[in-house]
Design a protein around this ligand. Structure first.
Ligand SMILES: [Zn+2]
Length: 493
């Protein structure tokens, strides 16, 4: 999830990973939409066997443990990402895929080095923080004043800040008010909600957008040391961002919400605040990263494809267990569960483990370009990218005429529900490039669990995978893919 301000800076292309809750259209309007006639065979006995074996198996959890604890963070373009792609390709072959191949992308690589941050005034203490991705280092320790640049127009910036930012560490917005995660009172939550809404109440006008578009260049020209931003989550969490599509021109340091708030309070009360930072990152030049694609061939319509997708790349502060290792092992396990029954579906079921999702859906965008000629024969795309939580349903992505089809697809899964099929649009992951090509593409609705705290942070680790939910997730994926691969016709565009 990009911060709202980052979003203003035309980084809307960035993958969100934690897509915001679906925007829901009124249920009544959707219910009146005429439904497309698509028949999905129930295949009850066969799916009962898939459900029974899926709900007994911890194969996905075992894969996730190796992927995260042994292989570790999978930053796009890193050696670990390549190792993960090769290992998952082996897992897909062992799971029963007929063919497995790599689809490379190239990007400018980036390597994280050590960081040291020290508050030197008005108190001295070491603080925790991390460089944003694809941001440069500092060339040694740089001490400077922390300055809150709250200008919203070029004229205001020039009047108040021009000539005053040499070696400064620049904050560009106030801290986000935080909800109490544990037993909040309704009054507290209402107060925080109102404070958050107030922060974004006024949409940016043309003058402000024009200023935001050049703000980084102005900071470079002024000789600022770098920028400071907040993890925007409580209890010390750092939330990573950054992409080679829009690399930061200045060192960019993320500190915890609590540290950020302290700095902001100090500045608000007129204290001089100084920070020393030594940030050592390296831009490595062109690197290759691989998406892994695997087919389990259909029996009678092998040229038509049901695609189960997740992203194998991750941010690098932790081991990428919920974002999106869980999705990668779940779609792999869905293929395993289906192949193990020995009976093929009509259509091909394809697993895609995309790379570069975190840097702007690079792998899935490359896939839709490379496979442009066969996208019209993609029956549907189901993407998993919200952790290991159980499947709770689907949002229709504007295809309210497919509600009846989705109800048929979920029908054999009664014992694993409840599921809701609702109008709405979800963004923020690898289904988006497919939607642009008119392919019916979905981001599965999952129970959120601890995903808000884990995504892009230093605690996205195996601990937060939930065994029972991961079984349900794999099993539901297998059953939905089977139904889509058996439906009596291709979904009309
Ligand atoms: Zn993700």
């Amino acid at each position: 999830m990009t911060s709202p301000i980052t979003g203003l800076l035309a980084l809307a292309v960035l993958a969100a990973c934690a897509a915001p809750p679906a925007r829901l259209a009124p249920a009544l309007a959707a219910d009146t939409v005429p439904q497309l006639r698509i028949a999905v065979p129930r295949d009850s006995a066969r799916l009962a066997r898939v459900i029974a074996s899926g709900m007994r198996s911890d194969a996905a959890l075992d894969d996730l443990r190796y992927l995260t604890d042994v292989i570790g963070p999978r930053l796009t373009g890193s050696d670990a990402m390549t190792r993960a792609a090769e290992w998952m390709a082996d897992r897909l072959r062992a799971a029963g895929a007929d063919s497995v191949w790599m689809e490379p992308i190239t990007l400018d690589g980036w390597e994280r080095g050590p960081i040291a941050l020290r508050l030197v005034a008005p108190q001295t203490r070491w603080i925790a923080g991390a460089s944003a991705g694809w941001a440069p280092g500092t060339n040694g320790a740089v001490a400077g004043d922390v300055v809150f640049v709250d200008a919203r127009t070029l004229a205001d910036f020039e009047r108040r800040f021009a000539g005053r930012l040499r070696s400064a560490w620049v904050m560009t917005r106030a801290p986000m008010p935080m909800f109490d995660a544990f037993a909040p009172s309704p009054a507290d939550s209402a107060r925080v909600r109102a404070a958050r809404e107030a922060l974004f109440a006024r949409p940016a006008g043309a003058e402000e957008l024009a200023f935001l578009a050049v703000r980084d260049s102005l900071l470079v020209a002024e000789g600022a040391a770098g920028t400071l931003s907040s993890g925007d989550k409580e209890r010390g969490l750092l939330t990573m961002f950054g992409t080679p599509l829009a690399p930061s021109r200045l060192p960019s340091v993320i500190v915890s919400h609590e540290t950020f708030s302290q700095l902001h309070r100090l500045l608000s009360s007129g204290e001089r605040v100084r920070l020393e930072a030594d940030v050592r990152n390296r831009l490595t030049g062109p690197r290759t990263a691989m998406s892994v694609i695997a087919d389990w061939r259909g029996a009678s319509r092998p040229g038509e494809i049901v695609l189960l997708g997740a992203h194998l790349d991750s941010w690098d502060l932790a081991t990428g267990a919920t974002d999106d290792g869980a999705g990668a092992v779940a779609v792999t396990n869905a293929l395993r569960l289906l192949a193990a029954t020995g009976e093929r579906a009509d259509r091909t079921i394809r697993v895609a483990l995309f790379t570069g999702e975190e840097q702007g859906l690079l792998g899935s965008r490359a896939y839709t370009a490379r496979h442009a000629a066969e996208l019209s024969r993609h029956q549907a795309v189901l993407v998993v990218d919200n952790g290991s939580g159980r499947v709770a349903g689907i949002t229709l992505q504007g295809r309210d005429d497919l509600r009846a089809m989705w109800q048929q697809l979920f029908a054999p899964l009664d014992s694993l529900g409840p599921f809701t099929v609702r109008a709405g649009v979800r963004t923020g992951s690898d289904h988006l490039p497919f939607l642009r090509e008119q392919v019916p593409a979905y981001l599965l609705v999952q129970e959120w669990r601890s995903y808000d705290w884990t995504w892009h942070t230093q605690v996205d680790t195996f601990d937060h995978a939930i065994s029972g939910d991961l079984r349900q997730l794999s099993t539901v994926l297998a059953s939905l893919a089977w139904g889509l691969a058996r439906a009596d016709r291709l979904i009309p565009r």
